[in-house]
Design a protein around this ligand. Structure first.
Ligand code: UFG
Length: 344
């Protein structure tokens, strides 16, 4: 079976993708520097699939170590590149850290691909490249808007680097996946999101507030031009998202891609507001989330949701989990984390 390198494979989306890859029989090698994840994630993956993936604690920015890793695991067929810094606010404070981490790691991988004869590359991009789209739902052909943060800029520049590199080397192919807002956890609750420190993203803040770790959730603005005034996003179940990576890899390996670089939106096609998420979370889990409306957060997009029909038709992939089940899975996972802390 084909061998897949997953950078950032102990991270949130990475770990769920490793599980789905192993389930269909792929041989997985994880490279992660554990800067925003824990080695214990390997136990969770092993509990679900019965297989402990190969793991190397390497920073993708380190070219020499990456080169050695490719030598050690000869015959890698495809790379799924998740490893990146992703906190929007931090990227504004430390732009060079973001440009270095996100761009140098990508350039290293693209440079090492021909040396080690790896032909297929999947890239984690983001709907952030669309900024505030003029037309909703947003399709892949919507214009790319100036990035609102260095983080967002790294995703735009990375997409361009990939396109230019593959254009110059057409025996390589790449799939760019633009994620909307991934939420939830694996239904086994063996893996899930593990934010370090105060969460930036909505869902971990909601679950930590429900657990009592945070006093209240701050809702960033209720005066947007949306039905209830709070921002609207396309929240997608993380396992649904992970499954799309397996299909993207299979499509390239089976030579079914229609272009050297293909780009897909990965979303549900449905927009939900912050208040709708909170109300649904409270209802399905029988908990209450104390919250307060505060000022808008700088850089937030008012509303964005995907037109996923290109991915639906071409990949034969659709997000199937309901938001209710997804919000249940997020709460089960948070409770499991709480029990772990108690047991320690
Ligand atoms: N929100 C709150 N309170 C919080 C956290 C978030 O009200 O404590 C709101 C935000 O204002 C936003 C929504 O919840 O309206 C979602 O916020 P997230 O931070 O969870 O997600 P974003 O849509 O801002 O950002 C996400 C990813 C980025 C990615 C971006 C693309 O975190 O990596 O989507 O739009 F670039």
């Amino acid at each position: 079976m084909a061998k897949i390198l997953v950078t950032g494979g102990t991270g949130y989306i990475g770990s769920h993708t490793v599980v789905e890859l192993q389930k269909v029989g792929f041989d997985v090698v994880i490279v992660d520097n554990l800067s925003n994840s824990s080695i214990d994630v390997l136990n969770g993956i092993e509990k679900i699939t019965g297989i402990r993936p190969a793991f190397e604690n390497i920073d993708c920015v380190d070219y020499v170590s990456m080169d050695r890793m490719f030598e050690k695991y000869k015959g890698i067929d495809a790379i799924i590149h998740f490893a990146a810094s992703k906190a929007v606010g931090e990227s504004v404070e430390k732009p060079l850290l973001y440009y270095r981490n996100n761009l140098v790691s990508l350039i290293n991988l693209l440079q090492l691909m021909p040396i080690h004869k790896v032909k297929n590359f999947v890239f984690s991009s983001s709907c952030t490249v669309y900024g505030q789209p003029d037309v909703l739902p947003v399709t892949e052909s919507a214009p790319i808007k100036p990035a609102l943060s260095p983080y967002g800029n790294t995703k735009q520049i990375s997409e361009e680097i990939i396109r230019d590199t593959i254009h110059a080397n057409p025996c390589y192919q790449s799939t760019i996946l633009r994620y909307f807002n991934p939420i939830g956890a694996h239904p086994s609750a063996e893996i899930g999101e593990l934010p370090s420190g105060v969460p930036n993203n909505l869902l971990p803040f909601v679950t930590q507030t429900a657990r009592g770790l945070r006093k209240q959730l701050l809702i960033f603005g209720d005066d947007y031009n949306t039905p209830d005034g709070s921002c609207v996003r396309d929240y997608i179940n993380v396992v649904d998202l992970a499954k799309a990576h397996v299909i993207a890899v299979q499509r390239m390996l089976n030579k079914r891609a229609k272009a050297h670089v293909e780009t897909f939106n990965l979303g549900t096609g449905r927009g939900l507001s912050v208040l709708e998420i909170i109300k649904t979370f409270e209802k399905v889990n029988g908990v209450s989330i104390p919250y307060k409306i505060v000022d808008r957060r700088e850089g937030d997009i008012e509303k964005v949701w995907a037109d996923p029909s290109y991915a639906n038709n071409e990949l034969g992939w659709t997000a199937t989990e309901t938001v209710e089940d997804t919000l249940r899975s997020a709460w089960v996972w948070e409770q499991k984390l709480a029990n772990r802390v108690k047991a320690e």
